[in-house]
Design a protein around this ligand. Structure first.
Ligand code: GLU
Length: 401
């Protein structure tokens, strides 16, 4: 019997590290182990009642058939109007694609832009799926490191220095998963303008748009799209903002040629996102502001609880994230002869202390681990306590190193 042969394309990518941690934590929970799960970024809140009710009604009324592949017109229009209202964005509904999660919109955009050997500039540490999507498309990732000592702020200078002949896109992710770093309005303008001058697409993943702390304002690339309509594109998601991860809904707004190309790919890949889920998302967009404000206020409290607690642990340094809902502590002081980096650290923490975190190596920084605080305060307290006990037990080992 002959073995099948997989494409070289799939050999370029590995399993999503965030989803892998969730899978492992779920397996352990299924075995009856009490795991504190700081792994995948998944809000612990219920989806808004208005969304659930609207989707339930749509299902009951038989809204269960294909819709236009780019999404239901009412939702496309509502997303476009929200961007026009909040940011003065110029995109009509026709330049608004509803996708299967923000991940779908990103993947389609990257496939639409990147040829074999093209470069995509990405500030790092970065969310695990960006490099994989770029590599899958045949592209090369050009990394622009951000610095923990500077709160992982995203600066224009190093991004501009990384632009070259082969650059097809710059991906911005502010607030950033995993670092919580943000880009300020002046740096954002500088990056957007430089991209426009060179015909490079600025793909701004604004999934964590609503999650900013200490009253910080959000600088959206959408606010510059009217000025630079040829090259600015924004991706967003219902998953985090509305605690609707499993509904799998996101969107892309941008230049017509890019949105049309992404829509074309979607037409052959998934067809429309789930019909009745889109009805729920529309209700969330129109009627769940109160839920969002309450969730964000709670995340602020959690951040303020978690970060000092982490910094009080032996050898842990953690900058307060400016946005998103992850802490990204440097735990490298605890490495030793038996733990050679963040993957081993995360594995041992899970196996010995039953705390799931994502190894920083997956995001491009082996000194760190990522802790999602999209979980209850009780879990945060339990998890940090276990984390502390794990570190205490390791102290003599780390000293030996
Ligand atoms: N984006 C979330 C995370 O980083 C969910 C999992 C994923 O899509 O990567 O944890």
């Amino acid at each position: 019997m002959q073995h099948m042969r997989l494409s070289s394309r799939v050999g370029r990518i590995a399993e999503s590290a965030t989803l892998k941690v969730s899978r492992r934590a779920s397996e352990m929970k299924a075995q009856g182990i009490d795991v504190v799960d700081f792994g995948a970024g998944e809000p612990d809140f219920a989806s808004p009642a208005v969304a659930v009710e609207a989707a339930r009604r749509a299902l009951a009324e038989g809204f269960t058939k294909y819709t236009p592949s780019s999404g239901i017109p009412t939702l496309r229009r509502a997303v476009a109007e929200r961007y026009a209202r909040h940011y003065g964005a110029p995109w009509p509904a026709a330049q608004t694609l509803i996708s299967v999660g923000g991940k779908g919109a990103l993947f389609e955009s990257i496939l639409a832009l990147v040829e074999e050997g093209d470069e995509v500039v990405l500030h790092t540490p970065a969310w695990v799926s960006f490099p994989e999507q770029i590599r899958f498309a045949g592209g090369r990732v050009v990394e622009v490191p951000t610095d923990g000592a500077d709160g992982f702020a995203i600066h224009a200078g190093p991004i501009l220095a990384a632009l070259g002949e082969r650059t097809r896109a710059v991906i911005l992710n502010s607030p950033c998963n995993p670092t919580g770093g943000v880009i300020g309005p002046e740096d954002l303008r500088a990056v957007v303008a430089a991209c426009a001058e060179r015909g490079i697409v600025l793909l701004s993943d604004e999934t964590y748009e609503r999650f900013l702390y200490d009253g910080a304002a959000f600088a959206s690339a959408a606010a510059l799209a009217a000025e630079f309509p040829e090259t600015v594109a924004v991706v967003g998601s219902f998953s985090k903002t509305y605690a609707m991860t499993g509904w799998r809904l996101g969107y892309l707004l941008g230049p017509k040629a890019l949105v049309d190309a992404a829509a074309n790919i979607q037409g052959h890949a998934t067809s429309n996102p789930t019909s009745f889920a889109m009805v729920g998302a529309l209700a969330a967009l129109e009627g769940a502001e109160g839920d969002v404000a309450a969730m964000v206020a709670e995340y602020q409290e959690r951040r303020d609880l978690l970060v000092p607690a982490l910094n009080a642990l032996p050898g842990v340094t953690c900058q307060p994230p400016r946005g998103a809902f992850y802490a990204f502590p440097d735990v490298s002081a605890a490495y030793g002869d038996d733990i050679d980096g963040s993957i081993a650290f995360a594995e041992r923490l899970l196996e010995e202390a039953h705390v799931a975190v994502v190894a920083g190596e997956a995001f491009g920084s082996d000194r760190h681990v990522r802790i999602s605080f999209a979980c209850s305060r009780a879990d945060l307290e339990r998890g940090v306590e276990r984390f502390g006990r794990f570190l205490e037990r390791r102290r003599p080992v780390a000293r030996r190193a």
